[in-house]
Design a binder for this molecule. Structure first.
Ligand SMILES: Nc1nc2c(ncn2[C@@H]2O[C@H](COP(=O)(O)OP(=O)(O)O)[C@@H](O)[C@H]2O)c(=O)[nH]1
Ligand SMILES: [Mg+2]
Length: 370
């Protein structure tokens, strides 16, 4: 009665459907590009990702399972002759990519990094920022802003009225000073927000999945994706009136896989297995729907009646509640609230969240605060 269902395959398929955006990161050596990239994205891309030299001064970093490509520059700190060589390489790369005519292959956004602490920006860089801004959206990132109160450099840059989309002050990594003084990391969430807005819509989901600094952005995007899955035409076509538990189970499994991916959570993690493996892994895909429909009170043990026809409104209501509950638990996972919990405890939590959300029917939505 429990048909085999390949969760891993579904999960991988959903993950591979995300198109990674190309982020160009420009700035002199030492301004903090690598630190920023690693603080922003899953997987320490800048240190340990696969680096593929695009040209002498341009390196493309990717990492398996993290849907983002980072184009990192080096050599901007060199002599002005060398700087021009760097500019020339980036220029020609941008041109080559434009010539492909493929919107997915373009450099989609540029983070131009300048060290806030150094208080200095050269004319060559200013000209270069202007030129880049004609090619793609540029966010000017002031790095290593140890003091939130130190605004002189920010003001100076602002007065230049550069054609950048936004100036964001960032401290990617907290800093401990002597005498117990500490500067806390800030600005990453804001940078992820503006970047998200500047990306073409088809690439936004991947960016959200790759970033690790803005949990709210993940929750919002996951919710959008879940609702599209439940209400989309694919779902309607897949679920004719009188659909049985297995069909609904596939819809819900797809929805959970998509949410998991948006949160950037690993397949096979204790968390994912507790939620998904606990319900459907052992009992079959129909059990997921049966669970959601309230036909099984607990995660394990009790079977379900195969081939039962289910009303579409009920399907939408329970799937919505399941999505809201699951997003709440994913948020908790990323906020570190599930640490030390066993698989069973996590599974129980999803179940309780789900029961709570089911009371809201089709109005169910994730909580702002978890
Ligand atoms: N605490 C702290 N240190 C930083 C930050 N950004 C850069 N640094 C320091 O500056 C050094 C150079 O940064 P890195 O990211 O390698 O610069 P890159 O050459 O532009 O890639 C690092 O080793 C850190 O010591 C930051 O946000 N916080
Ligand atoms: Mg670096």
């Amino acid at each position: 009665m429990s048909e085999p269902f390949n969760w891993f395959e579904l999960f991988e398929k959903e993950r591979e459907s995300m198109i990674p955006p190309n982020v160009l990161v420009v700035g002199k050596t030492g301004v903090g590009k690598s630190t920023l990239i690693n603080a922003m994205f899953n997987g320490n891309i800048a240190d340990t990702g696969v680096g593929e030299p695009v040209s002498k001064h341009l390196q493309k970093y990717t990492r398996e399972g993290v849907p983002i490509a980072i184009w990192d520059t080096r050599g901007l700190e060199l002599s002005s002759a060398a700087q021009h060589a760097v500019f020339q390489e980036i220029r020609s790369e941008i041109r080559d990519l434009i010539e492909t005519g493929d919107p997915v292959k373009q450099l989609h956004v540029c983070w131009y990094c300048v060290n806030d602490f150094g208080n200095r920006i050269e004319q060559a860089e200013i000209d270069w920022i202007r030129e880049l801004s004609e090619q793609l959206p540029v966010v000017l990132v002031l790095t290593q802003t140890y003091s939130k109160k130190k605004l002189d450099f920010y003001q100076k840059i602002k007065e230049m009225q550069l054609p950048v989309k936004q100036i964001v002050r960032v401290l990617a990594l907290g800093m401990q000073f002597d005498e117990g003084l500490e500067a806390q990391s800030h600005g990453l969430s804001e940078l992820s927000e503006i970047t998200f807005q500047l990306l073409p819509e088809q690439l936004q989901k991947a960016f959200v999945a790759a970033q690790k600094v803005n949990v709210e952005q993940k929750a919002k995007t996951a919710w959008k994706v879940a609702k599209l899955t439940i209400g989309g035409s694919a779902a309607a076509a897949a679920l004719p009136p009188g659909s049985d538990l297995a069909a609904i189970g596939v819809l819900q499994a797809t929805m959970l896989a998509r949410i998991t991916n948006v949160f950037g959570l690993e397949y096979g993690s204790k968390f994912f297995m507790a939620v998904v493996g606990g319900v459907a892994g052992r009992l079959g895909i129909g059990a997921l729907a049966a669970f959601a429909l309230g036909k099984i009170a607990k995660f394990t043990g009790i079977g379900y009646v195969a081939g039962v026809a289910i009303d579409a409104t009920v399907t939408v209501a329970v799937s919505t509640a399941l999505a809201a509950a699951y997003i709440n638990v994913c948020k908790k996972a990323l906020l570190g609230r599930l640490e030390g919990m066993s698989e069973d405890q996590i599974a129980k939590m999803v179940h309780e969240e789900f029961e709570r959300k089911r009371n809201d029917g089709t109005d169910a939505s994730p909580d702002d605060k978890v």
